[in-house]
Every structure is written in C-alpha cells, then in structure tokens.
Write a protein that binds this ligand. Sequence first.
Ligand code: HEC
Ligand SMILES: [Cu+2]
Length: 356
Amino acid sequence: MRLFRVKWNRWFAGLIISLAFFALTGCASEYIPQNFLQSNSRAAQAAADLFYWIFWVATVIFILVEGLLVYFVLRYQRRAPEEHPEQYHGNTRLEVTWTLIPALILVVVFAATIRTMGETGPTNPPGEGIKIDVFGHQWWWEMRYNDGQVSTASELHMPPNQVMNITLRSENVIHSFWVPRIMGKTDTMPGHENVTWLMTDQPGTYDGQCAEFCGTQHANMLFRVIVHNTPEDFQTWLRNQSAPPVEPASGSLAARGKEIITNPKYFCTTCHTIQGTTAVGVTGPNLTHFASRTCFAGCMFENNKENLRNWLSSPGTMKPGNIMAQVLSQLNPGDPLHPLKPDEVEALTAYLESLR
Ligand code: HEC
Ligand SMILES: [Cu+2]
C-alpha cells in the first residue's frame, strides 16, 4: 500500500512539471521580434511552412509510437512475480517494415527541404535587385551601398517589394547573418564570399541577429532591417547617406567636438570615417550620418543623448572587450575605463548628434 502512494506522488509531480512547462511557453508576448514562425516575407513563410509540415509529421509518429508503447506496457505488464514473458527472437518481416517506413519518411522530409531551399534559399534570389555588401565585424554589422560609397552600421535599409542581393564578408571570425522574420541564416566567412538576399512587401522594422558565436559580445551583435514605405523614401535615405554631413557652426560645442574627433591625438580618426574630414579609418562604424541611425554599437543601445554620452565616457563598461575601449584606454592610464574628460565627452556628444 505504501509503494502505491509513492507512485502516485510521482505521477502528481510529473503532472505539475508538465503543466508548468506548458504554462511557461505561454509567457512570450504576442509579437516576438525574432520569431521566424511569424514571418513577414515569402522566404520566411516557406521556412515556417516546412517547419510546421515536419512538426505535424513528427507529432503523428510520436503519438503512434508512444501510444503503442504505453499500450504494450499496460497490456503485457507482469502480473505475478514468477511470471515470465514468452521468448521470441527475430521477425524479418517486422524488422524490414520498421526500417523502411522511417527511411521513406526521411526521404520525403529531405525532398521537401531541398524543394524549399531551391525556391527560397540564399543562393536562389527571385531576381536581380539592389546590390549591397554586408560585413560582419566584432561586434557590429556594416552595410555598404553604391559599390562601397555609402557605409552605414547596424541598420540595413531597403525599399519594399524589391530584391536586395547581398554579398556577405567577414574580416575576422565567422558570423552568421539572420533576419528571422524575413530570411534564414547565412554565414559570413573570413576569406570567402557568401551571398543571400532579402525581399518583403511589408514595410516596417525587423530585428536581425548574429547567429554564430563570435566572441564575448556575440549576443550584442544585432541589427535592424528597415523596409521603407516606398522606393522613393528609400532613395531619399540613400541620397542623404551619400551627402557629406552639415558643418557645425564655428565656436559651437559641436565644432569643438569635431576638433577633438579629428585630432589624431585621440585616435578616433584611425578607426572611424566622417566624410569630408580627416577621419578615414575603417576599423569602426562610419560616423558620417551617425545621428540618422536609431541604434548603435551593434544595436545594443538606442541612439539617444544619454546612451551616447555613456558610450563615449566609458565604452569598456558599456560593451566590455570592444577594440575601441582597448585602444582609448591609453589616453588615461590612471583610469583606463574612462579615457575622456567629461567636457570632451560633452563636445563629442554634441558633434555626433549633429551628424544627421
Ligand atoms: C581602435 C579603433 C577605434 C578607435 C580608436 C575609436 N573607435 Fe569608436 N568604435 C570602434 C568600434 C569597433 C566600434 C563598434 C564597437 C561595437 O559595437 O562592438 C566603435 C563605435 C563607436 C561609436 C558608435 C557607432 C555605431 O554606429 O555603433 C561611436 C559614436 C564612436 N565609436 C566614437 C568614437 C570616438 C569619438 C573615438 C575617439 C575618441 C573613437 N570612437 C575611437 C572602434 C574605434
Ligand atoms: Cu557575430
């Protein structure tokens, strides 16, 4: 009788754990930015369809196999301590059957996967559209338009209903370019070019993510895909990105910021480019139109005054391990985590905020 009670306690615990599991899966909010099952493009929809198709096939198999298992356990359980089952060995017909059926199912799943890849895979764009280059850096994404004449960071802009043909590169480690709601993953490889494409008819902002572990800040290597409402809106954006930034009024705080950033003593120019100035470095994000962007540092931060001020006063606290913090630490050996003086930070913030 005691044994019996213990068993029921276990059943009860099992029940509670499964209930908690199903309850927790309901915790996610309605809109999940990186949920590829809530797709916003034909390619993502095809991937989601394939997923559901395989999921239901697997569910039927699961119910069938587990159902039979439970049935046999109950039907043929030992009823007396001295009872032994009848002994069998081998049944060729049964064994061939249960080898062939799973093999056939796998062939069908494989064929469906190949078909989806053929229709919407990264190497099969539905046509030629706008060519851009995307680079994976540690730890941010760079997007180059117009054969490299325009370079921006953390934001990929595109028009609706047009193919973006993307060449992917990396200068350091392997990253993976992923916009779950629009397209599947494609790796960026050092020394090797990969291609992918994006297309959607739904304007909006979609979250992207590096999907291949690439160092300590891998999880903070995000980006945004901004699909403009009309092709004209996109062209306006591109024209603005191609133009040099507005010159700060002489004597202003922003003008002092420009002096600092272009002064080689501060190293900024070795890593950043600001069109029309002496800053021509390419290690870090191009800052020519920094203020036009919605986020920075691999979209780890919203682009606002407070975050920018914090970034400039201590990039090593904001995103530990990044190369900017490492190099700037030389500016202030006494307190390497705070390389710039507060008034320098203020001036730089004012200047960067003027780069629309
Ligand atoms: C050794 C190269 C290097 C130096 C020197 C450097 N930076 Fe950076 N900077 C970077 C890198 C790399 C990032 C992106 C880091 C990340 O997101 O992981 C960055 C990010 C930034 C950003 C955010 C831009 C964006 O879109 O993400 C600003 C603003 C910035 N730096 C300003 C400065 C200023 C001002 C100086 C000089 C005081 C400076 N940087 C010096 C490499 C450098
Ligand atoms: Cu990465």
